[in-house]
Design a protein around this ligand. Structure first.
Ligand code: TYM
Length: 337
């Protein structure tokens, strides 16, 4: 069975981009693959974070995973910091990763600009920690949004470099598997509601630019009503000069059962914005409200959530220790007898 690993940072409420780009794919993956889904709290502290909200956000992310359909009977769900091997493997990989590789990372450059002087070493090393998350479980496939493609390439490069550097004959140590990004066309890049050329993101100051998974029906209706549109006639996926149009149709297609562009254009291609917007809002609300109901139920049962995370961490720890030992053996460390 192929192995899958993915994760989301617990930084406030997750949004439609996280859902369509990542979590919605995970629910399909868990039926076919040996899957692990991680809440990457160590990544969440690479930018200034609020110590008062991190733990609640982490538990909330677990509730969101489950509410979106991740089934603890099929996949393991755990908190990254509960498995110490993530940090330990990161150090080992740090020592074989050229600084130049990290300097090329687009997300680092974007985030570093925003932070000015206060960029931490952790933000620079973020992609190595992400590589460790993946390589620790020898994952074959990593379902993510388009924005993570470069980080996945780096994880492959690091795996290959490890294999090249420690090519010990008859060594008992392990050979790293090279992971592949699993990026679907639909939903891989959900754009902001106020600008069809920038991606929907948690950190954008305007809350109206994103649909949060916990937004109420009223809030969703209002955000859709106010979202940016254009003067074009009719609605189409294929006009590159109309990014908002393409984005809103893509969202509509995704939340109405993942329909094709042709099908959606046949339904609403002749609509005016004023007709389409209420229909989009309604579809979003219909899609998200069962998830929200389940999320509310789960949030009322923290004991249940902690239980799942404990079991997930136990399972993950066992798998991670095996890899870590193989890596250390291969790198020449003396292992305790
Ligand atoms: P994060 O929390 O920033 O994003 C989580 C997932 O959501 C996807 N995503 C989007 N997809 C489509 N449209 C958008 N507007 C959008 N915004 C976010 C991201 O691509 C991602 O899949 N570095 C990772 C977290 C991570 C990870 C890992 C992922 C840490 N370790 C190991 C996979 C495997 C991240 O971007 O988190």
């Amino acid at each position: 069975k192929l192995r899958v690993l993915s994760g989301v940072q617990p930084t406030g409420s997750l949004h439609l981009g996280n859902y369509l780009g990542a979590i919605a794919q995970w629910t399909a993956a868990q039926d076919t693959y040996d899957s692990r889904f991680c809440i990457v709290d160590l990544h969440a502290i690479t930018v200034p974070h609020d110590a008062k909200t991190l733990s609640a956000d982490t538990i909330d992310a677990a509730a969101t995973y489950l509410a979106c359909g991740i089934d603890p009977a099929k996949a393991s769900i755990f908190v990254q910091s509960h498995v110490r091997a993530h940090t330990e493997l990161t150090w080992l990989l740090n020592c074989i990763t050229p600084v130049g590789w990290l300097e090329r990372m687009i997300q680092y450059k974007e985030k570093a600009v925003k932070q000015g002087d206060s960029v931490g070493v952790g933000l620079f090393g973020y992609p190595v920690l992400m590589a460790a998350d993946i390589l620790l479980y020898q994952a074959d496939l990593v379902p993510v949004g388009e924005d993570q493609r470069q980080h996945l390439e780096l994880a492959r490069d690091i795996a290959r470099r490890f294999n090249d550097l420690y090519r010990v004959k008859r060594s008992k140590g392990l050979v790293m598997r090279e992971p592949k990004a699993l990026i679907l066309d639909a939903g891989a890049r959900v754009m902001a509601l106020d600008d069809g050329t920038s991606k929907m993101s948690k950190s954008a100051p305007n809350d109206g630019s994103r649909i949060n998974l916990v937004d109420s029906a009223d809030v969703i209706a209002r955000k859709v009503k106010r979202c940016k549109t254009d003067m074009g006639v009719g609605l189409t996926f294929s006009d590159p000069s109309r990014p908002e149009c393409r984005n809103l149709l893509t969202i509509y297609a995704a939340v109405t059962g993942g329909r094709s562009a042709e099908e959606v254009e046949a339904e609403v291609g002749g609509f005016r914005w004023g007709e389409f917007k209420p229909r989009l809002a309604e579809a979003l609300i219909a899609h998200l409200s069962p998830i929200q109901a389940r999320h509310a139920e789960l949030s009322a049962e923290p004991g249940y959530l902690y239980d799942i995370l404990r079991r997930g961490a136990e399972e993950a720890n066992e798998a991670a220790e095996v890899t870590l030992e193989g890596v250390k053996r291969r790198m020449g460390f003396v292992l305790p007898k």
